[in-house]
Ligand binder design. Sequence first.
Ligand code: ARG
Length: 460
Amino acid sequence: SEKKLWGGRFSQPMAQFTEEFGASVGYDQRLYRYDIIGSIAHCRMLARQGIIHDVECDMIVSGLENIMLEINSGEFEFQVSLEDVHMNIEKRLIDLIGPVGGKLHTGRSRNDQVALDSRLFLRDAVKEILQRLQQLQTALLEQAEEHRETVMPGYTHLQTAQPVLLAHHLLAYFEMFDRDAQRFDEILSRVNILPLGAGALAGTTFNIDRHWVAQELGFDGVSRNSLDTVSDRDAFIEICSAASLVMMHLSRLSEEFILWSSSEFQFVHLSDGYCTGSSIMPQKRNPDMSELVRGKTGRVYGNLMALLTVMKGLPLAYNKDMQEDKEPLFDTIDTVVGSLRIYAEMIRTATFNHQRMAQAAGAGFSTATDLADYLVRGGLPFRQAHEVVGKMVAHCEREKTDLPDLTLEQMQRFSDVIKEDIFDYITVEKSVAARNSYGGTSHQQVEQQLSAIRQRPEFT
Ligand code: ARG
């Protein structure tokens, strides 16, 4: 086992299993690029401040650059006995350039170092999520534009309620992902604060320049309290929380696609790339990717709970418990990025069956509310109108017919308010067009939403 960088006060070696149990290098090596970038900025600052010599700085920087190349090319061997990515890199630096490498850690602790690496990583991760959200929204937008005339049944309780435009339904998801993007944007503003310089917990005795490091690394500000800085994992939790909402939205969309692609519905045909067959039933075409995304929602919720639970009850400042922050975070980012990526493509390549949707939109007495509204305009109080139409629906059910198929006289037996023009109100097309209140499903409202979105720079 490697000699420890902190070995000075120890006389017994660590048991091998303890080393393995305590190590995080298996997963935190993913942070290596950020660790090196952060170290280079820290080292340059030390030289600018006269804390180390320029020659020493040059040696350290080129050593770190070499290590970056070694890791990039897969030559670097991470060692479990060196515990984490930070000490693997620092040890290698000292092996490469000699004892001067030991000056890098001046005025710094692994506690503020890991906080820095995490924030640099999170910044990129959040940007990637934002990009993927935008791709998914674009796919929804394009399908909505394609289906500005397609009608479908709108549901409540999964029972036919009122006809809506498919475009309106798709734009409902656009709105959900819009809120998700707003959440990640806001999280980004809190993530992008420099933690380095907090030291182990109380700051440092060296005359460091945190503002210079912040600028060098593209941070918008510098954290204000060193104790908070090394023990804060709020951003991890916020990201898992915002990611949980994304997954919840994707999971609801998944549920609809699974239902809609069934032979009972036949509303949508998902392209072959997102379906699988059965090993026994030759006719099967399963919407696997939708099911998997719905299932993966569970692990993201689990990750959020794991992080909240790790952090509860931790006294200030750093505690080793906090090493448990990375696996749930990485898993969440990978899951949400992967799911968004699959969904953008799946929606782009899906075919909606507008005949089936239109047929279903007219079934289930979907225009009964329009008939009641008609009676209200003829002077009936709404409650009375509701009662009258309820009776008409019951009659139709008994006679196995539909509202628009009744004759005028048959209708007038229920109310004399009903006139010839009733047939203009109870078709699916008219029903949709009539819901023209702001945010409603009418063609006019949906067109307005589509063009408002197209005016946003990210969607033109
Ligand atoms: N591997 C550690 C982590 O992930 C780095 C910080 C360790 N600091 C410490 N004092 N043990 O949190």
